[in-house]
Design a binder for this molecule. Structure first.
Ligand code: SF4
Ligand code: SF4
Length: 394
């Protein structure tokens, strides 16, 4: 695609990156077929091709309006379009650059600003989010916390760090505890670093990009004493939405002289939980029941990981139910389900119908956001896949 970026951005790192991405797009429209927002809304400006055009026009200096922002807001950043695109267009990076620009040059209505500011302030802070969650639970508005079974003592020479995270730590501490028990059985001690907080994804994707980077730097600082040496083999993410962000630290903090090298190391060391457990490390099991796996977008599109969770569950004897349109987003997408509730509910309805079609006893996923979003409307229990592994090995 021919582009002529405006002077204000052409010679900046973002401008150069945006230009190289835009030049790859041949406007073929293949990506529209797998775009969930386009499937629900049917407007070309709610498709990847339409949004690429909007960002191109904005960076070329055309006026940006509330309508431009609305179409960018309705994007789930699921990156299904990246998986589909035959030209290798890195849509996710382009939309981040476009959103930062559009945010600066438009003004949101007061309610929208308040809602985003409140989410950005409260969600990454455990001291605020946990009491708010407990109040929601008392009023029956929030799901119950999944209590954690004991965490094994560190006893193996092989050590890995695990991201405690923000929302997951309050909603489902059972997930990392299950991961620690499973890894302990295969000879790896999993450690959570006290004081290590949010990975930055929440605020970054709420378009508080600088606040998101601040969270990233704080997490690097908390982890650095543990990863600077050779004792820690890897950093494990049990929430794929956080994992994809950690793997992108190197890129997101590239311009920062003091953090670039450290960010690169964090990204190199990061593994999704399903990347550190090999099926052959687990005993062969038989007839454990039928489960449907919802592969989060951050796992299958963001990290391009497919088939690993399925192989682990199959090894243990679970039968994997076929899932139609498995490439489509469930509508959770970080804070999207709170900010775009109608589209999110429609996508969740479609996803649950597809997941339940083959009559699974349970639905399993790999990301706390998808888990909470799906469970809120599902009669079938929804769990993290590692909880099934832990149960099978117990
Ligand atoms: S992003 Fe890729 S698939 Fe979509 S219009 Fe551009 S080249 Fe085609
Ligand atoms: S990231 Fe997802 S919602 Fe956004 S344009 Fe791409 S496919 Fe559509």
């Amino acid at each position: 695609m021919q582009t002529r970026l405006a002077d204000f951005i052409r010679d900046t790192p973002e401008g150069r990156e945006a230009e190289s991405i835009l030049r790859k797009c041949v406007h073929c429209g293949f990506c529209t077929a797998t775009c969930p927002s386009y499937q629900v809304l049917g407007d070309d400006l709610d498709s990847p091709r339409g949004r690429i055009y909007l960002v191109k026009r904005a960076l070329e200096g055309a006026a940006v309006t509330e309508k431009t922002r609305l179409h960018l807001d309705r994007c789930l950043t699921c990156r299904a379009c990246e998986t589909t695109c035959p030209s290798g267009v890195r849509y996710g990076r382009l939309v981040d650059i476009g959103r930062a620009y559009v945010e600066k040059h438009t003004r949101r209505p007061l309610w929208d600003r308040l809602q985003r500011a409140a989410l950005s302030f409260a969600l990454p802070r455990r001291a605020l989010f946990t009491p708010a969650l407990r109040l929601g639970q008392l009023l029956g508005l929030a799901p119950k916390t999944r209590r954690a079974a004991p965490w094994p003592a560190a006893r193996h020479p092989r050590k890995m760090l695990v991201l405690g995270g923000c929302v997951q730590r309050a909603l489902a501490p059972s997930i990392n505890a299950a991961a620690a028990r499973v890894l302990d059985r295969i000879g790896i001690s999993l450690l959570e670093v006290p004081g290590a907080g949010c990975c930055g994804a929440l605020r970054f994707h709420l378009n508080y990009q600088e606040a998101g980077r601040k969270d990233m730097r704080a997490l690097i600082d908390a982890w650095w004493p543990f990863v600077a040496g050779r004792d820690t083999e890897a950093i494990v993410a049990s929430a794929s939405g956080c994992g994809v962000t950690l793997k992108e630290y190197a890129h997101l903090l590239a311009p920062e002289r003091d953090y670039h090298g450290k960010a690169e190391r964090i990204s190199q060391m990061t593994r999704d939980l399903c990347e550190v457990i090999r099926p052959e490390d687990l005993p062969q099991g038989e007839r454990r029941g039928r489960v449907a796996f919802q592969s989060p977008c951050s796992l299958q599109h963001g990290q391009q990981i497919r088939g690993k969770v399925e192989a682990i569950l199959t090894r243990l004897g679970y039968e994997l139910a076929p899932v139609r349109d498995a490439h489509l987003c469930c509508g959770s997408a970080g804070t999207y389900s709170l900010l775009q509730p109608q589209i999110a509910r429609e996508l969740r309805g479609r996803k649950l119908a597809a997941l339940q079609e083959a009559g699974p006893q349970e639905i399993v996923t790999a990301n706390i956001g998808c888990l909470a979003h799906l469970q809120a409307a599902s009669a079938t229990p929804v769990r993290h896949w590692i909880e099934l592994v832990d149960e099978a090995l117990a």
